[in-house]
Write a protein that binds this ligand. Structure first.
Ligand SMILES: [Cu+2]
Length: 121
């Protein structure tokens, strides 16, 4: 009975294949989990903006959503930049087309303040 040795060449080739495929397997799978948190969403609660500091980019729209039980408004410190009606329910949007840090307040409630930080593109 004769023993057949595997051809050496095939062995080398097989090793090369194993090494190549393990290298390929190392390329980690990018987990692009889209966060459901909208960056430009602010809740207008009773006497607090949540969060009171949002960061967006030029061209982004910030949406304030009233969630409290009493009247509030969203009024920019910079005159006439943006101003929502005073309301108890609903929402208000403003699109920021320049970079900077924009403070705003609820004119009814002292200390109810927020900031929108707009980054340039
Ligand atoms: Cu208020």
């Amino acid at each position: 009975m004769r023993r057949r040795r595997p051809p050496r060449r095939a062995f080398v080739l097989a090793m090369a294949l194993v090494m190549t495929s393990s290298l390929v397997a190392c390329g980690g799978d990018d987990d692009d989990s889209n966060s459901s948190n909208e960056p430009g969403a602010v809740e207008v609660a009773d006497n607090v903006f949540k969060p009171d500091d949002v960061k967006v980019k030029v061209g982004d729209t910030v949406t304030w959503k009233w969630v409290g039980d009493t009247d509030h408004n969203v009024t920019s410190d910079e005159k006439d930049l943006f101003k929502s009606p005073t309301q108890e329910k609903g929402s208000y949007e403003h699109t920021f087309d320049k970079a900077g840090s924009f403070k705003y307040t609820c004119t009814i409630h002292t200390g109810m303040n927020g900031t929108v930080t707009v980054a340039s593109l």
